[in-house]
Write a protein that binds this ligand. Structure first.
Ligand code: HEM
Length: 98
């Protein structure tokens, strides 16, 4: 292995294939621009609160669900990732993405 290659392997970002800046500006999902044209405020809220209800196989975290998880560390048990106010702030922001 050349030195150049080993450097690449040691830096994860260097092994990510180049992407078009215009077509994708998110690393795990589609860009959220325009999402409020597709979904109502209630539909946006549901996706942030518990996207698994919409898409059971999603990798997106359920930001306001506390039940039905396995192996939650003690400090996090019984607490949502975000509180209700944070959820509403995000939903309000998403609603501006028209
Ligand atoms: C506060 C942070 C986040 C917000 C506000 C958010 C918001 C959303 C919304 C509104 C959608 C629906 C868009 C659509 O289906 O067209 C969505 C889909 C999605 N999100 Fe998130 N998301 C967040 C974090 C994440 C994270 C951390 C991940 C991955 C680890 C993720 C992965 C996905 C994926 C893969 C989808 C596509 C549909 C699916 O497969 O479920 N999101 N997100």
């Amino acid at each position: 292995m050349t030195r150049e290659n080993s450097n690449k392997l040691s830096r994860p970002s260097a092994s990510v294939p180049p992407r078009s800046r215009r077509s994708r500006n998110s690393t795990v999902s589609q860009p959220l621009g325009g999402v409020a044209r597709t979904f109502s405020v209630a539909q946006l809220r549901l996706r942030v609160v518990d996207n698994m209800r919409v898409k059971p196989a999603t990798i997106m975290p359920s930001y306001y669900r506390i039940e039905g998880f396995d192996q939650v560390a003690g400090a996090y048990r019984g607490k949502p990732i975000l509180d209700a106010e944070q959820i509403e702030d995000i939903v309000a922001y998403l609603a501006t993405l028209r």
